[in-house]
Design a protein around this ligand. Structure first.
Ligand code: BDP
Length: 710
C-alpha cells in the first residue's frame, strides 16, 4: 500500500512540466526524462526485469546499466535483475546463451556488430552475435522508446553498413583543440593515465549509442611525443575505459617521429632502420593496447613531413606503416588531403593528381581517407572526384563535424543534410555508384568507413552548443547507415533531445533542415568557397590577396574582377572537371546544366549573365545573400515561438546564439556585397539595402584570440 502511494507521489513529481526542469545539455540525447500516464505504464510493463547471460562481460554490464538508467529515468522505477526470460522481461543474449525458444529469426548475416530486437513470448529479446551487438541493441531499444515507439512494438534488425565508424579528435597534447569550439580537449592528458575522468564513460556511452567504434585521440598535425612511452600509457588508459563500449583507440602519427625523437637518422620509408623502428613501435603499442586500431597520417600536406620528402610516394609511406601494424591486425588511414605551396595547379585537383595514379598500390590494410570536398570542408562543395576513381583502393570518407567553416559552435547549421548531400552524390562511374556506395564497398568489395572530425570538448554541452550535438548524432547515425535520411535522423534527435510534442518537433526539424542552407547563402552562395577570414576562418574576408601561398587567399577562389566572378574549372580553365566521370564532367561543363548551388565553383561568369530567376548573376548573388540573412532571422523567430516547449535554460542558450547568428549573417552579407560591388562596379539591384558600413570598415575588423586556432 505504502509503496503504491510512494510510487504515485514519485510519478507526480516526475510529471512536472518538462519546461520547468532546467537542463544544461550534458545528457545529450540520452536524457531518459520521465514519461507520463499510459506511456510510463507501458514501459513499466515491458521492462520489469533485465535478464542477461551468466557472468556478463563489461560490455553486457554496460548494456544492462544503460537499460536500467533509461527505464529508471523514464518510469522512476529500476527494473529488477531477472533470472528467467518471461513476459515483461528484457532478455539480452547471443545464440549461444539464449534458449532455443528465444532465439529470434534474422540473426544470420548480422555480422559482429548487428542486433535483432523481437518480442518473443511476451519478452523483449535483444540478440546479437557479440556483446557489442547487445550493447548496440540496448541503445536501439532505448532510442525507439525515447522516440515514442510503444515498447511492446519495438521490432528491429540492424547491422552497420561500414566497418570503421570513427571520430577524429584534433586534440593537442596541451589540451587545446585545433578547430575546437567547445572548450578544451576532453582528454586530460596531464592527469592520465592515473586520473580517469568519469566523463570518458559518458563519452563512450554517447558514441556507443550511435555505433561509433573508434576514436583517433590526437590531432592529425601530430607531435612525435604521442608515440613515446608516457603517452602510450595515457592512450592505453583511455583504451581501457572505452573498450567495454566497443570503441577502439587509434593515434595520429607524425611521419618523421623516429627522426625527430633522434632514434633514427632518417624518416625515409624505404630505409630499413625506419621500417624496423615502426615495427618495434607498433609492437610496443600493441603490448599496451592489444586491440589498438592503427594510425591516422597526414603527410606532405600543409607543411607536415611525409614520404615525398625522400622522393617516395604516398603508397611507399603508407605501406611501410601498414606493414608495422599488419601483424597485429591494425590499419593505416592515410589522408588524401594534400596540397603543396610549390604546386601551381588548382588546389581542387591536387589530391586526385597525387593519389589516383596510386590506385591498387596500397597494402590491403591501408585506407585512403578522402575529405569531404576537393578543397576543404566548405559549407558546400561538390563531392570529391577520388570517389569512384580508385576502384582498387579502399577509400574512407572524412567529414568535419566541428564547424570550422560554418560559424563555429555559434551558428545553427545542421550538417546532417550536408552529409546526406555528399553521400547521395552520384559519382557517375557506374550505375548507382554514389559516394555512399563507394564506402559501402561497391568497388573495393568490402565496406570501409567514415571519419568525423569531432566537435567535442569539455563544455557542459560537449559540442559548444545544444544544436551542435545534433551534428555528432547525425554523423554517427550516418556512419552506421550511410543511406539514412538526414530528416529522419533530425526527427529522432529532436524527439530525444528536446520534445516529442508533434508541432514543436516538426518546427525544430524544419529549422534544422533549413539551417545549413542559410549558412551557405549568407556566407558562400552559388558555389563560392573559402572566402573566410585568414587563419581562424571566422567571418568574411573575400578581399584578402596578400598571403604568401596563392591558395590561402580568398581572391584565388572567387576570382572576381570587373568582368565577372567564379573559378573556371572547365576545359577553358583548370579543367578540374576532367577528374570526374564523363557523365558528371559533361553536366558540369555547361553553366546551363550546372546546378546553381555549384555554379561559381565550376564557372567564371560575367556579372550580367541572365540567371533562371530572370535576374542577372550580380542581382542573384545579392539576392542569395539577402535570402541567407532572412533565413537566419527566420530561425530566430521560429525558435522564439518554441519557448513553451523547451526548458528555459536551453531555450535561452539557443536564443542567444541565434541572435549572434543573425548579426553575423548580416555582417557576412554586408561585407561580401560591399567587396564584390567594389570589384564589379555595379549598382545594387533596386530595393536592396546598401551595406551598413564601408568596405574599409569590414576590412579593418580583426578577430584576435579566435578559438581553435593556435
Ligand atoms: C583545414 C584546417 C586545418 C587542418 C586541415 C587538415 O584549417 O586546421 O589541419 O584542415 O584537415 O581545414 O589537415
Amino acid at each position: 500500500m505504502w509503496s503504491k502511494w510512494l510510487a504515485a507521489l514519485l510519478a507526480l513529481a516526475l510529471l512536472a512540466p518538462a519546461a520547468a526542469q532546467e537542463e544544461d545539455g550534458y545528457d545529450l540525447w540520452l536524457r531518459y526524462r520521465p514519461l507520463a500516464g499510459a506511456e510510463r505504464a507501458a514501459v513499466l510493463r515491458q521492462a520489469r526485469e533485465l535478464v542477461a547471460p551468466a557472468l556478463p562481460s563489461p560490455t553486457v554490464q554496460a548494456a544492462l546499466a544503460e537499460l536500467r538508467r533509461g527505464v529508471q529515468g523514464m518510469t522512476g522505477l529500476a527494473p529488477a535483475d531477472g533470472k528467467r526470460a518471461r513476459a515483461g522481461a528484457i532478455v539480452l543474449g547471443t545464440p549461444a546463451s539464449l534458449p532455443p525458444a528465444l532465439r529470434p529469426t534474422g540473426l544470420d548475416r548480422l555480422g559482429n556488430e548487428g542486433y535483432v530486437i523481437r518480442r518473443i513470448a511476451g519478452a523483449t529479446v535483444i540478440a546479437a552475435h557479440t556483446d557489442t551487438g547487445l550493447l548496440y541493441g540496448a541503445f536501439a531499444w532505448l532510442r525507439a522508446v525515447g522516440t515514442g515507439v510503444a515498447p511492446h512494438r519495438v521490432d528491429e534488425r540492424s547491422a552497420p553498413r561500414l566497418q570503421q565508424r570513427l571520430l577524429d579528435h584534433w586534440d593537442n597534447l596541451d589540451r587545446s583543440v585545433e578547430r575546437g569550439y567547445a572548450g578544451e580537449s576532453i582528454w586530460d592528458w596531464w592527469g592520465l593515465p592515473g586520473v580517469r575522468d568519469p566523463r570518458y564513460i559518458d563519452y563512450a556511452r554517447a558514441n556507443a549509442s550511435l555505433g561509433i567504434n573508434g576514436t583517433v585521440l590526437n590531432n592529425v598535425n601530430a607531435k612525435p611525443e604521442i608515440l613515446t612511452a608516457p603517452w602510450i600509457a595515457k592512450a592505453a588508459a583511455l583504451a581501457d575505459v572505452l573498450r567495454p563500449y566497443g570503441i577502439k583507440v587509434y593515434l595520429s602519427a607524425r611521419f618523421s617521429t623516429p627522426l625527430e625523437l633522434n632514434e633514427t637518422a632518417t624518416a625515409d620509408p624505404l630505409a630499413p632502420e625506419v621500417a624496423a623502428w615502426w615495427r618495434r613501435k607498433a609492437d610496443e603499442i600493441y603490448r599496451a593496447i592489444p586491440d589498438f586500431g592503427g594510425f591516422l597520417v597526414k603527410a606532405n600536406s600543409e607543411g607536415q613531413p611525409g614520404p615525398q620528402d625522400y622522393r617516395r610516394s604516398h603508397a611507399d609511406g603508407a605501406n611501410m606503416l601498414a606493414a608495422a601494424v599488419a601483424p597485429h591486425g591494425g590499419i593505416v588511414m592515410w589522408r588524401a588531403f594534400v596540397y603543396a605551396a610549390e604546386n601551381p595547379v588548382d588546389r581542387a585537383k591536387q589530391a586526385y593528381d597525387e593519389f589516383q595514379p596510386l590506385d591498387g598500390r596500397f597494402a590491403p590494410n591501408v585506407l585512403v581517407q578522402v575529405k569531404n570536398g576537393p578543397i576543404d570542408f566548405q559549407p558546400r562543395e561538390p563531392f570529391h572526384p577520388l570517389f569512384g576513381a580508385m576502384p582498387r583502393t579502399p577509400l574512407m570518407l572524412e567529414f568535419q563535424v566541428t564547424k570550422e567553416y560554418l560559424g563555429y559552435a555559434t551558428h545553427m547549421a545542421y550538417l546532417g543534410s550536408m552529409f546526406e548531400e555528399t553521400l547521395q552524390s552520384d559519382t557517375g562511374h557506374a550505375p548507382g555508384l554514389t559516394v555512399a556506395r563507394v564506402i559501402e564497398g561497391a568497388q573495393a568489395g568490402h565496406p570501409t568507413g567514415m571519419a568525423g572530425v569531432a566537435n567535442i570538448g569539455s563544455s557542459r554541452t560537449w559540442s559548444g552548443s545544444h544544436f551542435d550535438q545534433a551534428n555528432w548524432y547525425a554523423y554517427g547515425r550516418l556512419a552506421w547507415n550511410p543511406q539514412g535520411s538526414s530528416r529522419a535522423i533530425a526527427r529522432e534527435w529532436v524527439a530525444q533531445t528536446f520534445t516529442r510534442a508533434p508541432r514543436a518537433l516538426d518546427d525544430i526539424v524544419v529549422m534544422m533542415m533549413d539551417s545549413r542552407d542559410a549558412v551557405v547563402n549568407y556566407m558562400t552562395p552559388l558555389g563560392l568557397h573559402h572566402i573566410m577570414g585568414t587563419g581562424h576562418h571566422h567571418g568574411p574576408a573575400p578581399w584578402v590577396a596578400e598571403l604568401a601561398r596563392p591558395e590561402w587567399n580568398p581572391v584565388y577562389y572567387h576570382k572576381a574582377d570587373r568582368g565577372g566572378i567564379g573559378f573556371d574549372r572547365t576545359a577553358s580553365g583548370s579543367n578540374a572537371l576532367a577528374q570526374y566521370a564523363p557523365a558528371i564532367a559533361r553536366r558540369y561543363a555547361d553553366p546551363a546544366t550546372t546546378p546553381d548551388t555549384l555554379l561559381l565553383w565550376f564557372h567564371h561568369l560575367p556579372w550580367d549573365r541572365p540567371m533562371p530567376s530572370g535576374r542577372t548573376l550580380w542581382a542573384e548573388l545579392v539576392a542569395r545573400y539577402d535570402l541567407g540573412v532572412m533565413q537566419a532571422r527566420g530561425l530566430r523567430t521560429r525558435w522564439a515561438a518554441l519557448a513553451p516547449f523547451v526548458d528555459a535554460r536551453r531555450h535561452a542558450e539557443v536564443a542567444q546564439r541565434l541572435d549572434v547568428q543573425v548579426e553575423e549573417a548580416q555582417w557576412w552579407r554586408d561585407a561580401c556585397i560591399a567587396y564584390f560591388q567594389s570589384v564589379s562596379g555595379l549598382a545594387l539591384p533596386p530595393g536592396s539595402r546598401p551595406p551598413a558600413r564601408t568596405l574599409e570598415y569590414y576590412k579593418a575588423l580583426r578577430v584576435p584570440y579566435a578559438p581553435g586556432h593556435g
